[in-house]
Design a protein around this ligand. Structure first.
Ligand code: BG6
Ligand code: BG6
Ligand code: GLC
Ligand code: GLC
Length: 920
C-alpha cells in the first residue's frame, strides 16, 4: 500500500518537474488573458483597416466581401450540386433543399483524393479544375444525375477577391498545402466553367463561389438563424461574419449586411505579431510553401501544429532536455509529426501510452519523463492555438455587438475543421477562453456536422432564385430596349406622318395634325410694349406681365404668378375652367396693381387648336390631364372673352393664342435667330417648327414660312407604332382620360412615364419579384410616380437608401433589392422615352435639311419641359439619339429659361403691330 502511494507520489513529482521544465522552456507560448486582450484589440484594429477603402491595400487582414447578403430564411429550395475544395478532404455533394413547410435538406456526398501535390500533374490551375470536373462527372454518373441541369455551388477555401457571387476578380494567394501555378489574375469560376464545358454530356451552371467559412456559417444558419459567424479551425484557419454594409467601403450601398471573409490567417504578416512569435514559428514559416505569409494561421491550424511540435522537440533534444540528447533521423525530418499525432498524444487517458508509441515509432526511445514532457509540449502548442483563435473570435464578436449597439448579445458561431472536431480538448478550451474574453456575449458554438457543402447549396439556392428573377425582369424590360434599326423605323414613320398632315387630301385623317399657327416669323428685336400672357397646360398655370423693349437696349422684363388649377376644375365644365382662369387673371392684375389697363394678351394654350388666324383657335381635343366639358370644337379665345365678359370687372385685348411649343420656339428665337424648332418634353410631348409655306397645302400662299404645331403626340394613333407598344403602354392608355389617343405622347412624356413604371411594378409584384409579392394600396394609386420622383430615383448621385426613402414617401415599403429593381425599371422607361423623342426630332431636322437642299444643316431647337430639365439622363439620351439618327444635322439644344410666356408676348407684340398696321 505504502509502496503504491510512494509510486504515485513519485509519479506526480516527476510529472510536475517535467511540466515545470516545459513550461519554463516554452514560457513564450503561454499567453495570459492580458496578452490575449491585447491581441484582440490588435485584431479589431486590423479589421477596421481591412474594411476601409484607403487602408485596405496595406491591410494584412483582407476583409473580403463575399456578396452573401442574407442568412438562409427557409425559403430556399431545389436540387443542387456542391464541390468542396481546400480543406483536408475534397468532396462532391448533392444537396436537396425543400421548403415544404418542414424545412429539410438531404445531403449525399462522395470523397475524392485531395489534389495535393504541387509538383504533380495538378501544377496548373486548368489541370486542377479539369480534375475537379472529372470528379464531378464521376459523381453525377454515380448518382445518376447526368441528364440533369443542376446549379453548382463551389466551396473554394482560399482568399478570393470577388466582384459578384459568381465572379472572382482574382485569387489573392494560395494558402495551406496548395500552390498551383497560373492562377493569379484569373477568375476561378470561369476557369471551372471552362473545365466543365469540356464534358459535353453534363450541363452544370456555377452560380456561386463561397469560402469554407461562409459555407459553414450558412450550413449552421440553416438550423439556427442566429448564426452570423463562420469559423474554420482545420488545415487552415479563418472566420467570416455578417458586417453592416455601411462599414464596407469596397462595395456600393449602405443597406443591410454582407458576409465578410476576414482571411484572418494573414494577421501578423506585417509584423504585428512578431512579439508573440517564437523562434519555432519563424523556423516553421521559413520551411513552408508560403514564407512570410499566413503567420497567424501558422500558429493555429492543423497543417502546422505537428511541425511546430517537432521543431520544439528537436531543439529540446539538441539541448539535452529530451531523449538523452539523441535525435533520430525521423525527428530531423520535416512533416514527421502531424496533427493527428498531437491529438493522440493529448488524449486524456491513453495520451501517455500514445505518446510513447508515437515517439518510439520515431525511433526516439523515450523515457517516462520524456513522454510527460512531450505530451506537455503538445498541450502548450494546441492551447496557444485555441487561445489565439479565441482572441480573434472575441474581436469579431465584440464588433458584431457594437454594430448592433447592444450591451449584451446572444449569437451563434458555426464551426468546422478537423482540429476543432477531433482534438480532445480544443473545443472546450476555445469556448472557455472566448467566454472569458467577451463576458457580455452569450455565444452558442454550433458544430457543422455536414460540412460547408450544404451552406454552399443555400447560397446557390439564393443565387439561383436571383438568376431566375433576373431573367423575368429582363423579359419584362426587353420590349423597352429599342435597337437602332427600330428607332430608324420610328423616324421614317414619323416623317411619313408629318407629310400626311401637310397634304390637303390626307390631312383630315392624319394623326399628326400639323396645325398651322399663323406665326410667320421668329422675333427680330423690333418687338416692344407691355403685355399680359397666360400659360395654361403645363405643370403650372401662370399669369404674366411682360415688358419688352426694342432697339439698342432691347430687353424683356417679366413678372409672373403661379396659380393652381384643381383637378375638379380641369375636369369640370368649360365655363368653370374659364371662369377660374379669369379669376386668376383678376387676382394677378390686383396683385400687380394694373387692373384698369386694357393690355394686349397672348394666350399660351398647350393643347391642339385648329387656327384660322393668330387670334382664333378651335380646340381639337383635350390632351394630358384636362377634360373640361363643352370646349372641344369651340374657339378657346371666344371662351376666354366670354368669361371676361361674365365677370365684367376688366377688359383685355386677346391678340394671340399660341401653343407652348410655339411660345418656346419664340422665347429661344429671341436669343438665337437660328432657332426654328420648339420642343416640349414635359407633362406632354410636342414639337413645332418653321415650315415653308409652299409645303403647307391647307393654307393659302406659297411665300415665306409659317410655324406648324405638329401635335406629334398623336403619332401612332393609327396603329403605325403598335409593334413597339408594350402591354404596359396599352394598360396606361386604357386607364387614361383619352384612350386610344396620343399614343406617342403616352410613351414619351412625363405625365405617363410614371404610370408605365407603375404598371411594370404591378406586373413584377404579381410575379413575386418585388415588394414581397404584395401589391400595396399605394401601388394601386394612379399617378403616384410624378416626373420629379422619376428624376430623383434615377439620379446617379442618390444612394439606394435615398431611393428607398422616396419610395417610402410614395407609400411603397421596399427592400434594398426592390429599390435597385425600381431604379432599373425607371431607367428602361425613361431611356426609351428619350430615344423615341429623339427619333421623332431626327425626322423633323432631316426634313428641314432636305427641304433646304443642303448636305449639312445647322439648326437650334428651343426646348422646355420638366422631363427635359429635371431628369438626369433624358436630355443626354435625346441628344445622342438625334445625333445618331440625323448625322448630317448639327443640332443645338437651347433650354428655354423663361418659359413660353415670353414667346407668347413676343408673338402678341408682332401680331399687335401687324393688326394696328392693318387697321390703319
Ligand atoms: C469541412 C468543410 O467540413 O471542413 C470544408 O466542408 C472545410 O469546406 C473543412 O474546408 C475545414 O476543415 P479541414 O480540417 O478539412 O481543413
Ligand atoms: C413651361 C412653359 O416652362 O413648360 C409651358 O412655360 C409649358 O408653356 C411647360 O407647357 C411644359 O413643361 P411641363 O413639364 O410643365 O409640362
Ligand atoms: C486558409 C484560406 C481560407 C480558408 C481557411 C480555412 O486560411 O486562406 O480561405 O477559409 O484556410 O480552410
Ligand atoms: C400635349 C398637347 C400639345 C402640347 C404638349 C406639350 O401634347 O396636345 O399641344 O404642346 O402637350 O405641353
Amino acid at each position: 500500500m505504502f509502496a503504491v502511494h510512494l509510486l504515485a507520489f513519485h509519479f506526480t513529482k516527476l510529472k510536475e518537474d517535467q511540466i515545470k521544465k516545459v513550461d519554463r522552456y516554452l514560457y513564450h507560448m503561454r499567453l495570459s488573458d492580458d496578452v490575449l486582450l491585447d491581441v484582440m484589440a490588435r485584431f479589431q484594429a486590423e479589421m477596421v483597416k481591412g474594411l476601409g477603402k484607403d487602408t485596405n491595400p496595406t491591410a494584412t487582414v483582407k476583409m473580403l466581401p463575399t456578396f452573401v447578403r442574407s442568412l438562409p430564411d427557409g425559403s430556399e429550395k431545389g436540387d443542387f450540386l456542391a464541390v468542396d475544395l481546400g480543406g483536408s478532404q475534397f468532396r462532391a455533394h448533392q444537396v436537396k433543399v425543400s421548403d415544404d413547410g418542414k424545412q429539410s435538406s438531404q445531403l449525399e456526398s462522395k470523397f475524392y483524393p485531395t489534389p495535393k501535390d504541387p509538383d504533380s500533374v495538378l501544377s496548373f490551375l486548368m489541370q486542377l479544375f479539369d480534375y475537379v470536373a472529372d470528379c464531378l462527372l464521376d459523381f453525377m454518373e454515380t448518382k445518376n444525375l447526368k441528364h440533369k441541369k443542376l446549379p453548382l455551388g463551389f466551396t473554394f477555401s482560399f482568399p478570393c477577391k470577388q466582384t459578384k457571387l459568381e465572379e472572382v476578380r482574382f485569387l489573392l494567394a494560395w494558402t495551406k498545402h496548395f500552390k498551383v501555378r497560373g492562377a493569379q489574375d484569373t477568375d476561378v469560376v470561369s476557369s471551372l466553367r471552362k473545365a466543365l464545358q469540356k464534358h459535353k454530356d453534363i450541363d452544370l451552371d456555377v452560380l456561386a463561389l463561397v469560402n469554407d467559412t461562409v459555407g459553414t456559417m450558412m450550413t449552421c444558419g440553416y438550423d439556427d438563424q442566429r448564426c452570423e459567424v463562420g469559423l474554420i479551425i482545420g488545415t487552415g484557419t479563418n472566420a467570416c461574419y455578417m458586417e453592416e454594409m455601411r462599414h464596407i467601403d469596397l462595395v456600393e450601398g449602405d443597406e443591410g449586411r454582407m458576409c465578410i471573409n476576414t482571411e484572418w490567417g494573414a494577421f501578423g504578416d506585417d509584423g504585428a505579431l512578431d512579439d508573440l512569435r517564437t523562434e519555432f514559428d519563424r523556423e516553421l514559416d521559413l520551411g513552408s510553401l508560403n514564407p512570410g505569409k499566413q503567420l497567424f494561421e501558422k500558429m493555429i491550424s492543423s497543417l502546422y501544429l505537428g511541425e511546430l511540435v517537432r521543431l520544439i522537440l528537436l531543439k529540446m533534444t539538441k539541448e539535452g532536455l529530451l531523449f538523452n540528447g539523441k535525435a533520430s533521423t525521423a525527428l530531423l525530418t520535416k512533416g514527421k509529426i502531424e496533427m493527428k499525432h498531437v491529438s493522440a498524444m493529448e488524449k486524456y487517458k491513453e495520451g501517455l501510452s500514445n505518446t510513447k508509441e508515437i515517439l518510439t515509432e520515431l525511433n526516439l526511445f523515450p523515457s517516462e519523463e520524456d513522454c510527460i514532457a512531450v505530451q506537455h509540449v503538445c498541450t502548450i502548442v494546441s492551447f496557444r492555438s485555441a487561445n489565439l483563435c479565441a482572441a480573434a473570435l472575441a474581436a469579431i464578436l465584440t464588433r458584431l455587438r457594437e454594430n448592433k449597439k447592444l450591451l449584451r448579445m446572444r449569437t451563434t458561431v458555426g464551426i468546422d475543421g478537423g482540429l476543432y472536431k477531433t482534438h480532445p480538448q480544443y473545443a472546450k478550451r476555445l469556448h472557455k477562453v472566448v467566454r472569458r474574453l467577451v463576458p457580455n456575449c452569450d455565444v452558442r458554438f454550433l458544430l457543422s456536422v455536414s460540412g460547408s457543402g450544404k451552406g454552399a447549396a443555400m447560397v446557390t439556392a439564393v443565387a439561383y432564385r436571383l438568376a431566375a428573377q433576373r431573367k423575368q425582369i429582363d423579359a419584362a424590360l426587353a420590349p423597352f430596349l429599342l435597337s437602332l434599326e427600330t428607332l430608324r423605323e420610328v423616324k421614317n414613320k414619323m416623317r411619313t406622318e408629318l407629310e400626311y398632315g401637310l397634304k390637303r387630301e390626307t390631312q383630315a385623317s392624319a394623326t399628326v395634325k400639323m396645325l398651322p399657327t399663323y406665326v410667320c416669323g421668329t422675333p427680330d428685336g423690333t418687338e416692344k410694349g407691355k403685355f399680359l400672357a397666360l400659360d395654361l397646360g403645363g405643370t403650372n398655370f401662370r399669369v404674366l406681365l411682360v415688358k419688352i423693349r426694342s432697339g439698342r437696349r432691347r430687353s424683356v422684363q417679366m413678372y409672373n404668378k403661379i396659380f393652381a388649377i384643381p383637378l375638379e376644375i380641369m375636369q369640370g365644365t368649360g365655363e368653370e375652367l374659364f371662369d377660374h382662369i379669369v379669376q386668376c387673371i383678376a387676382d394677378f392684375l390686383e396683385y400687380m396693381g394694373i387692373k384698369g389697363a386694357r393690355l394686349p394678351l397672348g394666350f399660351t394654350f398647350s393643347f391642339p387648336c385648329r387656327q384660322a388666324s393668330i387670334d382664333k383657335g378651335t380646340l381639337v381635343g383635350w390632351t394630358k390631364g384636362f377634360k373640361a366639358t363643352d370646349c372641344e370644337g369651340e374657339d378657346v379665345v371666344d371662351m376666354l372673352r366670354e368669361a371676361i365678359r361674365r365677370r365684367n370687372e376688366f377688359d383685355l385685348d386677346i391678340v394671340a393664342v399660341v401653343n407652348d411649343t410655339v411660345g418656346t420656339m419664340m422665347t429661344c428665337g429671341y436669343e438665337d435667330p437660328n432657332c426654328e424648332i420648339g420642343l416640349i418634353a414635359g407633362t406632354g410631348s410636342n414639337v413645332c417648327y418653321m415650315e415653308d409655306m409652299k409645303n403647307i397645302e391647307i393654307v393659302e400662299g406659297n411665300e415665306g414660312k409659317m410655324c406648324i404645331n405638329t401635335e406629334w403626340g398623336g403619332f401612332g394613333d393609327n396603329g403605325c407604332i403598335d409593334n413597339i407598344r408594350t402591354k404596359y403602354d396599352k394598360e396606361v392608355d386604357e386607364g387614361s382620360l383619352n384612350p386610344g389617343k396620343q399614343r406617342y405622347e403616352k410613351m414619351t412624356s412625363g405625365m405617363y412615364l410614371g404610370e408605365i413604371v407603375r404598371q411594370i411594378l404591378i406586373d413584377l409584384t404579381k410575379q413575386g419579384l418585388l415588394f414581397r409579392g404584395q401589391i400595396s394600396e399605394s401601388l394601386r394609386k394612379r399617378g403616384i410616380f410624378e416626373t420629379k420622383f422619376l428624376s430623383q430615383i434615377e439620379s446617379d448621385r442618390l444612394a439606394l437608401l435615398q431611393v428607398r426613402r422616396i419610395l417610402q414617401q410614395l407609400g411603397l415599403d421596399s427592400t434594398c433589392e426592390d429599390s435597385i429593381i425600381v431604379k432599373e425599371v425607371c431607367g428602361a422607361v425613361s431611356r426609351r422615352a428619350a430615344q423615341l423623342c429623339g427619333a421623332g426630332l431626327a425626322a423633323i431636322v432631316e426634313k428641314k435639311r432636305e427641304d433646304r437642299g443642303v448636305d449639312h444643316l445647322q439648326i437650334t431647337v428651343g426646348v422646355d419641359g420638366t422631363l427635359y430639365k429635371l431628369h438626369p439622363h433624358f436630355s443626354r439620351v435625346l441628344r445622342e439619339t438625334v445625333k445618331e439618327l440625323a448625322p448630317q444635322c448639327d443640332v443645338t439644344f437651347m433650354l428655354s429659361e423663361d418659359g413660353s410666356g415670353k414667346g407668347a408676348a413676343l408673338i402678341t407684340a408682332v401680331a399687335k403691330r401687324l393688326h394696328n398696321v392693318g387697321q390703319k
